[in-house]
Design a protein around this ligand. Structure first.
Ligand code: PMP
Length: 354
């Protein structure tokens, strides 16, 4: 830390992203990226857009908003695009929390929520999950604060139903409820349509997982027009050109060919189920994941040892040191080929460690 670093940030603990190693050819199952490349339509659109990079990008993302509003069945003023969904989540912390309106989220969830709260000087309360990693819906009813729930949750993959989320939203008419649907396309139910009924619901999604654009950085929020206006106030006060022209073009091309992405999601779901069966045969237990990852622990061998040994053998999964998560590893569902390598290497690892 330099001696010039602001007092405000002295104690900030930044989010630790998953490793992106360049030194080795890993089977990379640690950051929930898609094993499939972007649709060729996206690539074509990017190439076209690259010819006009001397111009600023459209701050209103009009063409993208037009096609996305049709795809998601909402009005054009009910959607905002951002630089990854991390940005819309940060905007939501900035817009809808303050010292009298704390952020409220599960103790086990996306690790960035507490960082967004800290950097914005927002108090936050973490609510414990049940023993089996499920969210206790009643804990989020009538709370005094802004609720953030990842659905499916991370890193557990466990999803709430629309009915359960509606109960939470209905019971908090004077607070905002943010539902982070980063992984929704892998088998959970989206609550986007509930934004028409409730003015306190904001839904966020990303093109990083189900739409193969993690490197493009494109996310969005959907909610009532007034909420989106608030988020735009934050956006135009920080970075009006938050979505660059290439990413915008990629997003348009991706939505034009959306069946490509949705078919890939089906493949990932099938691969997830098949991999879960194989992991069970090897002595793993796992949560019921509706996401593009499996959260698994071995009945005998320790999670960190499995992670380290797999890494030595060229397979990268995500291990968290937090006490309640230590026994587990979060394994991204890749292609069938990648998952076969995972299973083969796991067999070796288990033989060596048992
Ligand atoms: N929400 C959750 C639950 C996530 O796991 C992630 C990805 N790390 C994000 C949001 C943010 O993803 P992105 O910024 O790539 O859209």
């Amino acid at each position: 830390m330099s001696r010039f670093f602001s007092e405000k940030y002295k104690n900030l603990e930044p989010y630790t992203p998953g490793e992106q190693p360049k030194d080795n050819q890993y089977v990379k199952l640690n950051t929930n990226e898609s094993p499939f490349p972007p649709t060729p339509t996206a690539v074509q659109y990017i190439a076209q857009a690259s010819k006009s990079l001397q111009l600023y990008s459209d701050p209103e993302c009009r063409e993208l908003v037009e096609i996305a509003s049709k795809r998601f069945g909402v009005n054009k003023d009910e959607i905002i695009f951002t630089n990854g969904s991390d940005e819309v989540l940060n905007f939501a912390f900035m817009a809808f929390c303050d010292k009298n309106t704390p952020a409220i989220f599960p103790d086990i969830t996306y690790g960035f929520y507490s960082v967004f709260a800290q950097i914005n000087n927002i108090p936050y309360r973490e609510i414990e999950l049940n023993e089996d990693f499920t969210i206790c819906v009643d804990d989020y009813k009538n709370v005094k604060g802004t609720v953030f729930i990842a659905n499916p949750n991370a890193p557990t993959g466990i999803a709430l139903t629309i009915k359960e989320i509606e109960e939470i939203v209905r019971s908090n008419p004077d607070n905002i409820v943010v539902i982070d649907e980063a992984y929704v396309d892998f088998g959970a139910e989206s609550v986007v349509q509930l934004t028409k009924k409730y003015d306190n619901l904001l839904v966020t999604q990303t093109f990083s997982k189900s739409r193969s654009l993690a490197g493009g950085r494109l996310g969005f929020g959907i909610g009532n027009k007034a909420l989106i206006q608030d988020l735009n106030t934050i956006k135009y006060s920080t970075n009006p050109y938050n979505v660059n022209s290439l990413t915008m073009a990629a997003g348009i091309g991706t939505l034009i060919d959306d069946s490509y992405s949705m078919e890939n999601c089906q493949k990932i779901i099938e691969t997830r189920e098949m991999t879960a069966l194989k992991l069970k045969e090897l002595g793993f237990t796992m949560t019921d994941s509706s996401a593009n990852f499996i959260f698994a622990k071995h009945d005998v061998v320790n999670g960190k040892d499995i992670y380290l040994k797999l890494k030595e053998k060229g397979v990268l999964v995500r291990h968290f040191d937090k006490e309640k998560l230590r026994d587990y590893n979060r394994i991204t569902v890749g292609s069938d080929y990648q998952m076969q390598i995972l299973i083969d290497k796991l067999k070796e690892v288990l033989e060596e460690l048992q």
